[in-house]
Design a protein around this ligand. Structure first.
Ligand code: KG4
Length: 329
């Protein structure tokens, strides 16, 4: 069968990324231009600055992705781009570029849900992975437990009622003086600490999450305790949120009777969370997680998810718009 080459475009936050992927799993190129250094000056992503930088970067990122892939523009079968969720101005840059490209080369356009993309990063890392599985989706803007029934069929079993888990990592890092981006810095400091501080856990009858209570507790402890050991605080935070995640994952396994668990999103790069989830294999649960460089935003995951949408018959036209609060359906 002829292979299908998808071009992916990602610009939902502060990474301008373009990738070329064959048959949804084989990455031919994956170019990422990160704006982290620019946004670090402000302690977080400034949406207007992100949009302007996407405009400046996207053509060069696209050209480099085509060059490194070794395929010609004529060989691209489908143009796929993130159309939500994300920052609306940022999304519009990648989406407009994708629309123009699909029109110019006369190839189908497919809008990809960014969350679906994060899930698909696992298809690139693990060639054997197939649905169904339970996905723990944890990023800067989302925390969800998803029953992935098929490549394009999802049921959200639980989600955060307030902060996303990545948002909590970032906020804590800022308050204790580690700066932006917070997650990797908390991860590093926690490796020198002990999980010896008791923090509150919020659980619901269903599989929803709440991270605002533990975030506030960490911030208050930091403000009110003289000489608090920040490494211990970070390690205790990581341990507590991991326990919260695992409780809900086990509920999802019981409900669906699916014994495969897949991590996705930027926070799945966390070394403590990865280690603790791998420990679940001792209980007979099969664990998959993305390669570290595919945990955070990239376009290969968009091209992969776009491929599965393409073979399932999805097509968009040029009226496709950005949807900042797009949900997984
Ligand atoms: O998936 P992602 O790149 O962007 C969104 O789609 O939101 O996730 C970014 C989030 C940020 O909150 C960042 O702090 C967090 O992922 N993150 C981490 C680590 N690396 C990135 N959190 C904890 N530990 C890490 N090693």
């Amino acid at each position: 069968m002829k292979s299908i080459i998808t071009l992916g475009i990602e610009s939902s936050c502060d990474e301008t990324a373009v990738a070329v992927v064959r048959d949804g799993r084989e990455v031919l190129s994956n170019i990422i231009n990160s704006q982290i250094d620019i946004h670090t000056l402000y302690g977080g992503v400034v949406p207007e600055i992100a949009s302007r930088n996407h405009i400046n970067n996207i053509s060069n990122v696209y050209k480099e992705a085509i060059k490194q892939s070794g395929v010609s523009i004529e060989e691209i079968d489908v143009v796929t781009c993130t159309y939500g969720p994300g920052l609306v101005g940022a999304l519009l840059v990648g989406l407009s570029y994708g629309k123009a490209l699909s029109y110019a080369i006369n190839k189908p356009l497919i809008g990809v849900n960014h969350i679906e993309g994060h899930i698909a990063s696992n298809y690139i890392t693990h060639k054997d992975l197939e649905p169904p599985f339970i996905c723990v989706m944890m990023s800067g803007g989302n925390t969800q437990i998803v029953h992935v029934k098929d490549y394009t069929k999802f049921e959200v079993l639980g989600k955060t009622r307030d902060d996303a888990i990545g948002e909590s990592f970032d906020k804590i890092a800022r308050v204790i003086g580690l700066g932006y981006p917070g997650g990797p810095k908390v991860d590093k400091l926690a490796q020198q600490g002990e999980a010896n501080i008791k923090l509150p856990k919020t659980h619901f009858d269903n599989m929803d999450f709440s991270f605002s209570g533990i975030k506030t507790a960490v911030i208050n402890l930091n403000h009110n305790t003289i000489d608090i050991n920040k490494a211990d605080l970070c390690k205790s935070f990581e341990k507590t949120v991991t326990e919260i995640l695992i409780v809900n994952v086990k509920k999802a396994i019981d409900k669906t009777e699916v014994g495969t668990v897949v991590l996705a999103g930027g926070v799945s790069a966390n070394s403590y969370i990865r280690k603790e989830f791998l420990n679940l294999e001792k209980e007979g649960i099969k664990i998959y997680m993305p390669d570290l460089k595919l945990c955070t935003d990239n376009a290969a995951m968009i091209a992969s998810a776009g491929y599965y949408n393409y073979i399932n018959g999805k097509r968009n036209d040029l009226s496709l718009n950005a949807i900042p609060n797009l949900k997984l359906e």
